[in-house]
Design a protein around this ligand. Structure first.
Ligand code: CA
Length: 650
């Protein structure tokens, strides 16, 4: 029997599956260590007393060692009446005669670069007021804004204090303005005026691609987990002392809550920084998928896929999600390459979160794809596009169809979408309006609650760079290009007209550029940073987004996430060539307009359109999305400018 077959066998599961707590637990009365290591011949605890930075790194040798005792289900434990709070620790685990030194896969605190785990009493890591911290109530729409802790406040023009730039604390700083001008808000205050409801933090778990001992100018997105349950140290003011990053991340979440945002954690359970992970040093082979020839499966494109269909790996992921939700008060999770994870596990995560926090309280969504085939246990149903209907209606997926319809297929460099010269597809368009829901086609969801509509995210070109790529032969990314601006406004107006949750990349609303770099995961901070001067140079575009966000929230027929939300879409038709009209209505709504018409002109000439009977108010056109505040009445016909959207209410 191969190792793979052994781990997959029912006998292994019956003998070793374990549902209890794992990790290190410390109170004034004592400390307990538990490790699941069913294949180990011995497990030894190494303690490194606190006092010097060396103890938090991986220098020096253990001052004390204790063997752990084997127990049922492959769980090894060591228990002492000593309060070991603040002590750093590792394990020496011997499997098949080979001894490996490892941090605790279940560690919740660690020293610099996460190489040594830390004994911690979590009740001592709460910033003032944290036990009373509560997320703001849900509104009728979810508008998620993707933020990278470092790139958001790195730019000097952000006005964030030097010592806080690029740190958790920088994102907490209130009252910052562009170059300190006292007029144009930046950072946290900027977020407050956009109309967004959720902040999705790009990876804030401990990742491996930035040296926490190195200079602050290093940059990486962070999709390379080292310690799944420890915050990243490079965003903290002191990565050497394990309690500091915990307090500072909790402070950030509490601050975002206090400022009206729910907070989503970006989680990457599908692969680790390397195959030589703490999981693999603890139970070699168990937590990963291997091909028949023994090579590691690579459906993630990162060289190793976790075996999330195996019960103890699934438990590990479920425990981790629950830990972040409970201990840090995260309000939701964005699953990287969800298409590598089993539907069964995703549904279990949703059920566990619903049970613990109330139905729908935590928002769950992910990427419903993978980079390549994966060697999951045969029969595993994976949470990819083909299986969205098998997921609970609370679990969402990024909708690449809408994205590609609007700006062109991402996989093809020169592909065009509706806003940059592509053609209208009468089949795809209504599907996107419904957020993929209620379709009997290949890919569909149960309800728009399962759809994350978006134009751009951290991956691939920014929306602006994509538009410049396809519209400007000179590729002048830094320009203020009138045609690309118009296409950008049309793009967000199209997205606003689709049912489902909304998602935008930070800075997209102000024509963010990464100088045409498609995959900037390890590009310089200069490329990745939010350029606050540019944000305010392009404030007209940003205000266009703001107006549409506010307008959308006044249209319950668009915000409806229920399984029969599509009933509000009354008619989709072409009043003229290259023009599309969408009529929406909900007579039960409490919104200011019982009906709305979205008129899109995809042609290069102005078009005159007859409106249906009734008194229509012009709510937005191609340049002003705040017309709805001006109470303008429209006659029976209207003229729509080329490549613009017009929205009417009645
Ligand atoms: Ca790290």
């Amino acid at each position: 029997m191969t190792q793979n077959d052994y781990f997959n066998s029912p006998e292994f599961g019956e003998k070793y599956n374990y549902g209890g707590p794992l990790g290190c637990f410390c109170t004034p009365e004592g400390t307990r260590f538990s490790v699941w290591a069913p294949t180990a011949q011995s497990v030894v605890l190494n303690l490194y007393p606190c006092g010097s930075d060396d103890d938090a790194q991986d220098n020096g040798t253990a001052r004390r060692q204790f063997p752990l005792a084997p127990g049922p289900h492959g769980v090894w434990t060591y228990e002492t009446t000593e309060n070991l709070e603040g002590t750093y620790y590792t394990y020496d685990i011997t499997v098949d005669g080979v001894t490996r030194n490892t941090a605790d896969p279940y560690a919740v605190a660690a020293g610099v670069n996460g190489r040594r785990s830390m004994v911690i009493n979590l009740s001592h890591t709460n910033p003032e007021g944290f036990t009373d911290d509560k997320a703001p109530a849900y509104t009728n729409e979810n508008i998620i804004y993707e933020v990278h802790v470092k790139d958001f406040t790195w730019d000097k023009a952000s006005g964030v204090s030097d010592e806080k730039r690029g740190k958790y604390a920088g994102l907490c700083q209130a009252g910052t303005t562009l170059n300190g001008d006292g007029i144009h808000p930046t950072g946290l205050d900027y977020l407050k005026q956009l109309g967004i409801t959720h902040i999705q933090l790009m990876p804030v778990y401990d990742y491996g691609s930035v040296d926490e001992k190195g200079p602050d100018s290093q940059f990486n997105w962070g999709y390379d987990p080292v310690n799944y349950n420890v915050p990243e140290g490079s965003y903290s003011s002191d990565p050497y002392h394990g309690e500091v990053r915990i307090k500072e991340l909790k402070q950030l979440i509490m601050t975002l809550h206090q400022n009206g945002f729910r907070v989503i954690m970006d989680v990457v359970y599908n692969h680790t920084y390397s195959l030589d992970s703490f999981l693999n040093r603890t139970v070699p082979g168990y937590y990963y998928r291997f091909n028949e020839d023994g090579s590691p499966s690579n459906g993630s494109g990162c060289g190793n896929d976790t075996a999330s269909e195996r019960s103890m790996c699934a438990k590990y992921i479920l425990d981790s999600v629950l830990y972040w939700a409970k201990e840090y008060h995260f309000d939701g999770f964005r699953f990287d390459l969800m298409g590598l994870m089993p539907v069964k596990l995703m549904n279990e995560i949703q059920e566990a979160l619903d049970k613990e926090f109330g139905k729908g309280e935590k928002l769950i969504y992910g990427e419903p794809w993978r980079a390549a085939d994966t060697a999951a246990v045969p029969g595993t149903i994976l949470a990819d596009k083909a299986n969205l209907k098998k997921l609970h209606p609370g679990i969402g997926a990024f909708c690449d169809t809408t994205r590609d319809m609007i700006k062109g297929n991402l996989m093809q460099e020169n592909a065009r979408g509706l806003v940059n010269g592509g053609s209208y597809d009468a089949k795809t368009f209504p599907r996107c309006l419904r957020g993929w829901a209620r379709i009997n086609g290949e890919y569909s969801v149960n309800a728009p609650s399962q759809t994350i509509g978006y134009l751009s995210c951290h991956d691939d070109w920014t929306l602006w760079d994509r538009l410049i790529n396809t519209m400007d032969e000179e590729k002048a990314y830094e320009s203020n290009h009138a045609e690309a601006m118009r296409a950008n406004r049309l793009a967000i107006a199209l997205l606003i007209g689709c049912q489902g949750n909304l998602f935008i990349l930070s800075g997209e609303e102000s024509a963010r550029t990464k100088e045409g770099i498609k995959n900037s995961f390890d590009s310089s901070i200069q490329v990745n940073r939010i350029d606050w001067n540019r944000i305010w140079e392009n404030q007209e575009l940003m205000k266009y987004y703001q107006g549409l966000f506010a307008l959308r929230k006044k249209m319950p027929y668009l915000c409806d996430k229920s399984s029969d939300a599509a009933r509000h879409i009354k008619r989709v038709y072409q009043p003229k060539d290259d023009c599309v009209a969408v009529e929406l209505a909900d007579h039960t709504t409490t919104g200011p307009w019982k009906k709305a018409i979205f008129l899109y002109n995809f042609s290069n000439k102005a078009q005159t359109i007859d409106l249906p009977e009734g008194q229509w108010q012009c709510l937005a056109n191609g340049s002003d999305s705040f017309l709805w505040k001006k109470n303008l009445c429209q006659k029976a016909t209207c003229t729509i400018q080329p490549m613009t959207a017009n929205i009417f209410g009645n």
